[in-house]
Design a binder for this molecule. Structure first.
Ligand code: FAD
Length: 439
């Protein structure tokens, strides 16, 4: 019996049920398909991180006596070709939720006529979408009851890593270089990809980081890209968390991740259409959108977030919320514009977390208080009280007093001009008054 282990968003050898099940066959062929349709849409930042992940996975598989076969093209065609070549009777793959992942699975099913397709749950998320549902419904639309059920439901056992893999001799294919695969511009400060880097980060996080969890000035895990590509297992992360409050708060965030995945799995159109249509009327204002994208709105906390995104391909959750609220509820621009810009840069960018969070902020998603609006000045005072975050990402303002960083109305015009920093593109208080419950 020969099995193909098709890696997708599960680029790890630890706690990987796909690999574990495939390894029970007499021979196993680990495969990754550089999927043209995904790469066309993928941000250069994500593609660069993916290449790191594949290099690392290849090394880990080598330590198990196996090679990682690389093919490029449409997954269904490439998998069917390899099935023929090695005489495989089964293909193992992880279940995934986006509309595209569901199409991929259907295409695989159709292409594999004499070969079983085995789809494994709880690889990408801790609890599989569709397993936890309220009675009579196909998904939870509100987080709190979901979280109650999520916390009370046992996780699957951790999958053992195979000791060694028996693989047929095959040409594995060369890993493309960054230049070959991501011709676009990369953010200058990208994290290194791969399971080895991810597991190191987890160790450091639990040993040193989690105790200060939550601060805008740095203290979150930064595990999101590793979770996105499956370099670390959400189940292992939950399993290793202790009972202290910061660790519980961290695990709750992992439940948010599962929550958005189960919404998208049940409503794949929510990736691009309003989950709860509210007849929103978005303005068109290309200049304001451009200023937001470039981090030149004249509102320091918004601009600091947008500059962090451009430089690191990552942004702190608090500034993701502030910048998204600013785009949709202060500038009244369509959430899809903002979501797409984030997807163009985020190393952790995925439709479930990104687009469902954007909808949450825009008031078209699962927020039970869809009218809430964030006031960026008050948010800056509360979450960046010393202005450390703003100073780090807007070095041109570093010498200004903190009150001027929190509230652009307290910045003197000549201070702005001297630093080449723009005046606010909008009167936040007035613009937010259009949206009802300004906080
Ligand atoms: P930590 O605070 O250390 O949290 C641990 C993990 O929990 C994260 O790695 C992530 O997997 C998960 N998590 C945390 N917060 C959320 C959340 N609100 N929703 C879902 N999962 C969460 N996250 C993405 O992974 N990809 C995205 O494309 C993405 N886009 C976002 C867009 C907007 C407008 C907003 C408001 C949030 C978005 N998030 C996204 C969620 C969140 O901002 C990031 O997951 C988080 O900032 C990643 O940093 P971290 O790993 O240090 O998080």
């Amino acid at each position: 019996r020969t099995a193909i282990c098709l890696f997708t968003r599960d680029l790890r050898v630890h706690d990987n049920p796909v690999l574990q099940h495939a390894a029970r066959a007499d021979r196993v062929v680990p495969l990754f398909v550089l999927d043209e349709a995904v790469l066309r849409r993928s941000a250069p930042n994500r593609t660069a991180f993916l290449l790191d992940c594949l290099r690392d996975l290849r090394g880990s598989l080598r330590a198990l006596d196996a090679g990682l076969v690389l093919r490029a093209g449409a997954p269904a065609t490439e998998v069917a070709r390899l099935v023929e070549e090695v005489g495989a009777s089964e293909v193992h793959v992880a279940a995934d939720v986006s509309a595209y992942a569901q199409v991929r699975e259907n295409n695989l099913r159709q292409a594999l006529t004499d070969c079983a397709l085995l789809v494994h749950d709880a690889v990408v998320t801790a609890h599989p979408p569709g397993h936890l549902v309220p009675s009579g419904k196909d998904h939870f639309a509100v987080f709190t009851p979901y979280f109650r059920r999520w916390s009370a439901t046992p996780l699957r056992p951790i999958a053992a890593m195979p000791e060694a893999l028996r693989t047929p001799r095959l040409r594995t294919g060369k890993l493309p270089t960054r230049e070959e695969l991501c011709p676009g511009e990369l953010s200058p400060k990208l994290p290194p990809g791969g399971e080895t880097a991810g597991r190191d980060l987890v160790r450091r996080w639990y040993a040193e980081g989690v105790a200060d969890y939550g601060d805008l000035d740095g203290a979150t895990s930064r595990l999101s890209p590793y979770l996105h590509f499956g370099c670390v297992s959400p189940i292992e992360l939950i399993d290793q968390a202790g009972d202290a409050e910061p660790e519980r708060a961290f695990v709750r965030q992992l439940a948010w991740r599962d929550f958005h995945h189960q919404v998208l799995a049940a409503r794949p159109t929510a990736g691009h259409r309003d989950y709860r249509p509210r007849g929103s009327r978005w303005r068109e204002d290309p200049e304001a959108f451009q200023a937001w994208r470039e981090g030149r709105t004249g509102i320091p906390i918004v601009d600091a977030g947008m500059r962090q995104l451009a430089t690191e391909g990552w942004m702190h959750n608090r500034t993701r919320m502030i910048t998204a609220s600013f785009l949709t509820k202060t500038l009244h621009l369509d959430w899809r514009l903002g979501a797409q810009h984030f997807l163009n840069l985020l190393v952790d960018g995925d439709i479930a977390n990104n687009n469902m969070n954007w909808q949450w902020m825009a008031g078209t998603g699962t927020d039970t208080r869809p009218n809430r609006v964030l006031n960026p000045c008050r948010q800056a005072q509360r979450y960046d009280p010393e202005g450390t975050y703003i100073r780090r990402h807007l070095p041109e303002l570093a010498d200004l007093p903190t009150r001027a960083l929190h509230d652009p109305n307290r910045m003197e015009p000549e201070q702005r001009v001297a630093r080449g920093y723009p005046p606010p593109i909008v009167d936040v208080t007035e613009a937010n008054a259009h949206s009802r419950t300004a906080r």
